[in-house]
Structure formats: C-alpha cells, structure tokens
Design a protein around this ligand. Structure first.
Ligand SMILES: CC(C)(COP(=O)(O)OP(=O)(O)OC[C@H]1O[C@@H](n2cnc3c(N)ncnc32)[C@H](O)[C@@H]1OP(=O)(O)O)[C@@H](O)C(=O)NCCC(=O)NCCS
Length: 209
C-alpha cells in the first residue's frame, strides 16, 4: 500500500518553475545549467579578488569542476523543491548569479542571495532582478516572508534590501565569514503585507527605477 501523501506536500510538488524569467527588456534570469559551468567559472575567476571579500565560497572555487558541482547541487535543490539558482543576464551577457537559499514551506519563507561581476555594478541590475524574485516568492510561491542578509560592512549589498523597502530587523553577531574574518550579519525582512502596502502606496516595490 502506498503511503498517503500529505496535502501540503502534494500541493507544492505540482509547482513548475520557468527555466527563464524576463525581468525587463535588459535583464533575464535563467536556471543554471551544466553547460554554463565554464562561463560561470570564468566570470568568478576574473572577479575573484572583488568577490572573495564577501563570499566565502570563492576561495574554494578553483576550477570549472567546482562550478559544475555548484550547478549540480542547485539542480538537486530544485528537485527537492527547496529553491533555485539562476544566472543573471544583462543585455545578453552573463553578469552574475542569484537565487533562493532555501524554501521553507512550513513557515512560508525564503532568503535571497546574489552576486554580480564588478563591471556590472552600478546599473541597478540586482535591484531589478531581486524585485522579480521577491514578486515570485509572494506571488507564485505564496510565501509570507522574504529575507536578505548581508555583512554589516557590505554597504552595496545592504543598499539593495533598503532600496526595496525591506526592514532591518536585527544583527547576528559574528554570523558571517568574510575575507577579513567573522563579521556581524544584518538581517532584513519583508512580509507579504509590507510588499502589498508598498505596491499600493507606490513605494520602492513598484517605483520605476
Ligand atoms: C551586492 C551587489 C550585487 C550590489 O551591486 P550594485 O550594482 O550595487 O546593485 P544594483 O545592481 O542593484 O545597482 C544599484 C546601483 O546602480 C545604480 N543604478 C543605476 N541605474 C539604476 C536603476 N535603473 N535601478 C536601480 N539602481 C540603479 C544605483 O544608484 C546604485 O548605485 P550606487 O550604489 O552608486 O548608488 C554587488 O556589489 C556584488 O555582487 N558584490 C559582491 C558580492 C556580494 O557582496 N554579494 C552579496 C553578499 S550578501
């Protein structure tokens, strides 16, 4: 006899996710694929010094094989219905990666992470892309909460949730490993009700950039 499938579980298993998400006329998000490994590794390698300051995995990424392992673990993450990772394309060029660290179906919450290659900074790419994944979390996934966490000294990263109307909720001491050692981590949260209020009030969630 087959085990009965819990209702919530079956409901979430039917969810399908697009391989490509169009953010606007300049930006597209694409689920990471195995054939992207060489290009993604090259981008990481070319930006190694700048990325390693805030992203502890960069020092462990030494070959396209390491990037391939990341892509495979992302595919496995999606199979578990636990989130997805996408490459960020700007005007047809590979610019970075972002995704959901996890999908917590019990508590209906998630956390978004991101990075851009240095030459693509300062164009609003990640703010726009992030807004799309926030919309996806509240819309398609019907979550109640989205988090973004950043090291206290990472001003560029912190500016992003602040731009999008997230609220700073707390600081976790020494919670993040950075190139210069353990750093405090700032937790930003956005609730579905905040998002709806921002949208209806024409706040940062809907303001055209
Ligand atoms: C965090 C990171 C993605 C932020 O990049 P960013 O370019 O500052 O962020 P955005 O793409 O949202 O761009 C915002 C910038 O573009 C400018 N901009 C230009 N056009 C814009 C537009 N249409 N919309 C929004 N901003 C725009 C903004 O004014 C802002 O510039 P400013 O910082 O000089 O004010 C990037 O610095 C990075 O990858 N860092 C290394 C890895 C990292 O720290 N990851 C996060 C770990 S928590």
């Amino acid at each position: 006899m087959r085990e009965p499938v819990p209702r919530k579980r079956s409901a979430r298993l039917v969810t399908r996710h697009p391989a490509r998400i169009r953010v606007d006329e300049e930006i597209e998000l694409r689920t990471v694929r195995e054939q992207d490994a060489p290009a993604l590794f090259a981008l990481t390698d070319q930006n190694r010094e700048y990325l390693r300051r805030w992203l502890p995995w960069v020092d462990d990424t030494r070959s396209a094989g390491d990037t391939l392992a990341f892509i495979k673990s992302s595919q496995e993450q999606l199979r578990r219905n636990d989130g997805f990772q996408v490459s960020v394309w700007y005007r047809g060029q590979l610019a970075g990666v972002m995704g959901y660290h996890y999908w917590d179906w019990t508590n209906r919450k998630t956390e978004i992470g991101y990075w851009l290659a240095a030459p693509f900074q300062g164009k609003g790419i990640m703010t726009r892309a992030c807004r799309t994944l926030v919309d996806y979390a509240f819309g398609k996934l019907e979550f109640n909460r989205v988090e973004i966490r950043a090291a206290a000294g990472n001003d560029r990263s912190r500016a992003l949730p602040e731009r999008l109307g997230f609220r700073q909720e707390g600081v976790l001491r020494g919670a993040e490993r950075t190139a210069s050692g353990p750093a405090d981590q700032v937790v930003y949260g956005l609730l579905r009700s905040d998002w709806e209020a921002l949208r209806s009030g024409g706040g940062p969630a809907t303001r055209s950039l």
